[in-house]
Design a protein. Structure first.
Lengths: 169, 587
């Protein structure tokens, strides 16, 4: 195995939903110089106040292992799962994409949205807001195409992910 | 009992008592007045009033490290908390269990930039193992008990609890420690036996083994140090240790090689470089120890025992990682070693010891013994001889004197040596000595100091005088920030930029001004006399000013970015050719 190879990993973390917990996670990454490519967080269990953080990071194998160990030793963290390591998983992100324009560009934008199975959330005579759910690559592609057709802004959730199969977190 | 209503301040006092706290180091202020009022109305908890909040944490560290208990601190909001930050980070870097209570402005004022408000949990988040802001008085007792659990469990560390003033006044329900169980934090204490068995096989087949031990053994308790000693004796292997681990194995034993690392002994560093099996127990491959990583122990298989999984494979990849408490792992190691009746290759071991004895013969700690000026090493040798056989504790500040103390003062027991290793905090030694002296009133406590470090927290003399803590401040006064000067000499063309201690006070008069004993030695002949007088003082602090050679440097030294076999022995070794550009940028 090449020790210097940069790997991209998706890590899911179950945490107590308490003040400061996200700051602990983010502070760990900035303080130790690790990358965050995306990070999403929301409460997933209201009764037990548990939140799930999904983060995408990259680094050498040694750094990835270090990131997981560092996350795991934060006190309010329940579990850390490396979805990239632990077998097949599904990953999705959601994007809102605003495109403004008229004429041929507007029609082309709508046609591409249809191909990408994006839905229209808002339409005016001169603009659309599309909603697209897909892999990071699909969203990248869609936003890339729209940039030539009057892209105004894009808002992305970052990746949420889950392992395939019956077993849970 | 558990339904009894108390004020928040009373809950805090009760929780501390129930956690076995007998001493708390602190400094009052507006946001902790209710707690100080509750302290005033009881007699079980002793409060030690420091002169600066940084010193409160260091004193609690000295208390914790010399007793094995959790150290306890109480500071006010804003500047009280920010002053404590250095101490908290010091405790985090050296894995010292501390619980620090800080006052906060009332809940309704949080976020309003109120007087003496600081975002204390925000500021201390990266400086503590964990921290809390308690907004509901009914969570206060539970949080306190949790804090003590977190501080002392797993890899120990500092925990801060920020308590708004209105929460201190409010009535709430107390819960005893027995009813509190932590939801998430369960560090692994017992090792995987299969890994320990693998390690034992590797150890038994080693030809050139070395034990490399650290603060983890000390933190695991005196029992772990005993087990380590038994295991090392059973194997007959050489042992070295980090700065933090001194005392876990008796320095008077023949298998002891001295400390390793940047200012470690030649024999310890060369044993590390040439070993075929390294047994790391409770050390973390710190950069002061490894030197150049690509040439760190290049011929070795490595076993690493650590309670913190994040310490494993952080900088050095190891062959057999074992997660667990050093004491628990050593217990299993020793048991399996005995059960399998292991005996290492005696011929190989004999040859290895022959090699080590050759390195020892280099006598790397030798220095130029002269009558014309007091060498700092000489002063420490005389201190060592004067302390022999006496119940004593040693703290240090940070710099050359710290390294000399580590080289020249031998420790046969754990918890006797307290120094700021990870953070390297100048000003640590005096308050830490006071903390150790408060815990051990009848023992001799010496702060081996430098004149520059001493000035950083010298206000704590007042604390020592107030509590009649007869700490001995043994200043090796070379009129320089010695380690800075040494690096400037070796790496920056002897341009001594800002490292001269200008405008020093007369330390003897300073001592007298505080009602302490002040002593001075300026000649070699005076050293013994001054040490004898210093040890005779038992009712007040004593400041000893030893005028040592201002030009002396600390050797051996592995320059930054160099490997263990590229050690410098003294001023005659050419440092310019030995320090590459990349070494200069390292610290």
């Amino acid at each position: 195995m090449d020790e210097s190879k940069i790997e991209k990993h998706t890590i899911a973390v179950l945490v107590d939903n308490e003040p400061g917990v996200l700051a602990r996670v983010i502070g760990l990454f900035s303080g130790r110089g690790y990358n965050i490519e995306s990070l999403t967080v929301a409460e997933v269990n209201n009764a037990d106040h548990l939140s799930r953080i999904t983060l995408v990071t990259s680094g050498t194998r040694m750094v990835i292992e270090q990131i997981k160990a560092q996350l795991d030793r934060l006190v309010p963290i329940h579990r850390v799962h490396d979805l990239t390591d632990e077998g097949p998983s599904v990953e999705r992100e959601l994007a809102l994409v605003k495109v403004a324009g008229t004429g041929e560009k507007r029609i082309e934008a709508l046609r591409l949205a249809d191909i990408f199975k994006a839905t229209v959330l808002d339409a005016t005579l001169t603009s659309f807001v599309f909603e697209l759910t897909g892999s990071t690559a699909q969203v990248d592609d869609f936003v890339g195409l729209m940039s030539q057709l009057g892209l105004v802004e894009a808002s992305r959730t970052g990746v949420v992910a889950m392992s395939k199969g019956p077993s849970g977190f | 009992m558990s339904e009894q209503k108390l004020t928040g301040a009373q809950i805090i006092i009760k929780a501390l008592k129930d956690q076995g706290v007998d001493t708390i180091f602190g400094y009052p202020g507006g946001a902790v007045l209710p707690i100080y009022d509750a302290l005033f109305q009881q007699n079980d908890l002793r409060h030690i009033l420091v002169r600066h909040e940084q010193a409160a944490v260091h004193a609690a560290e000295g208390y914790a490290r010399s007793t094995g208990k959790v150290g306890c601190v109480l500071v006010t909001s804003g500047p009280g908390a920010t002053n404590a930050v250095t101490g908290l980070l010091d405790a985090l870097c050296d894995s010292i269990p501390i619980v620090c209570l800080s006052g906060q402005v009332p809940t309704h004022l949080i976020g309003n930039d109120a007087f003496q408000e600081a975002d204390t949990t925000g500021i201390t988040r990266p400086c503590t193992k964990h921290n809390y802001l308690v907004k509901d008085v009914n969570n206060l007792a539970r949080t306190l008990h949790e804090a003590f659990y977190v501080a002392r469990s797993g890899r120990p560390g500092p925990v801060l609890i920020d308590v708004p003033k209105d929460v201190q006044f409010a009535d709430g329900i107390y819960v005893p420690p027995t009813e509190v169980k932590h939801k998430t934090y369960r560090p692994q204490v017992k090792p995987e036996i299969a890994r320990v068995e693998e390690a034992i096989e590797l150890i038994a087949n080693a030809k050139r083994p070395v034990f490399y031990t650290g603060g983890g053994v000390i933190n695991a308790g005196p029992f772990a140090a005993k087990l380590l000693t038994q295991f090392v004796k059973a194997t007959g292997f050489p042992i070295t240790s980090t700065l933090m681990g001194l005392g876990a194995f008796p320095a008077s034993d023949g298998q002891w090689l001295g400390m390793l690392g940047m200012h470690g002994t030649y024999e310890a560093n060369l044993a590390m470089y040439n070993c075929d099996v390294m047994i790391n127990i409770g050390a973390r491959f710190d950069d002061r120890v490894t030197g150049k990583l690509s040439e760190f122990a290049p011929f070795s298989k490595k076993i690493h025992v650590d309670i913190d999984p994040s310490s494993i494979n952080k900088t050095v990849e190891v062959d057999i990682p074992i997660v667990g408490d050093c004491g628990a792992v050593l217990e299993d190691m020793l048991r399996i070693w005995k059960a399998r009746a292991k005996r290492p290759d005696q011929a190989a071991l004999k040859e290895w010891w022959g090699q080590i004895d050759g390195w020892r013969a280099r006598n790397c700690l030798n220095y130029n013994r002269t009558e014309s000026v007091i060498k700092p090493q000489y002063a420490l040798e005389r201190l060592r001889d004067a302390l022999r056989g006496k119940d004593h504790y040693v703290t240090t500040e940070v710099g050359q004197h710290q390294m000399w103390a580590a080289q020249f003062l031998p420790f046969d027991q754990p918890n006797r040596w307290m120094t700021s290793g990870g953070l390297g905090t100048m000003g640590y030694g005096l308050p830490a000595a006071i903390g150790a002296q408060i815990a051990h009133p009848d023992a001799i406590v010496v702060d081996v100091s430098g004149e520059a470090s001493f000035l950083m927290n010298m206000q704590e003399i007042g604390t020592a005088v107030q509590y009649r803590a007869p700490v001995k401040i043994f200043i090796l006064n070379n009129q320089y920030m010695g380690m800075v000067r040494q690096w400037q000499e070796l790496l920056h063309g002897s341009r001594f930029s800002q490292s001269y201690s200008e405008a020093l006070p007369d330390f003897v008069k300073l001592a007298e001004a505080w009602g302490c004993v002040g002593l001075r030695a300026t000649t070699v002949a005076e050293v013994d006399e001054v040490i004898e007088k210093m040890l005779a003082v038992t009712d007040r602090p004593c400041i000893v000013d030893i005028a040592v050679d201002p030009k002396e440097n600390c050797f051996p030294m592995i320059p930054g970015g160099k490997a263990h076999n590229e050690i410098l022995f003294g001023p005659d070794d050419s440092p310019s050719s030995a320090t590459p550009e990349d070494g200069m940028v390292l610290v």
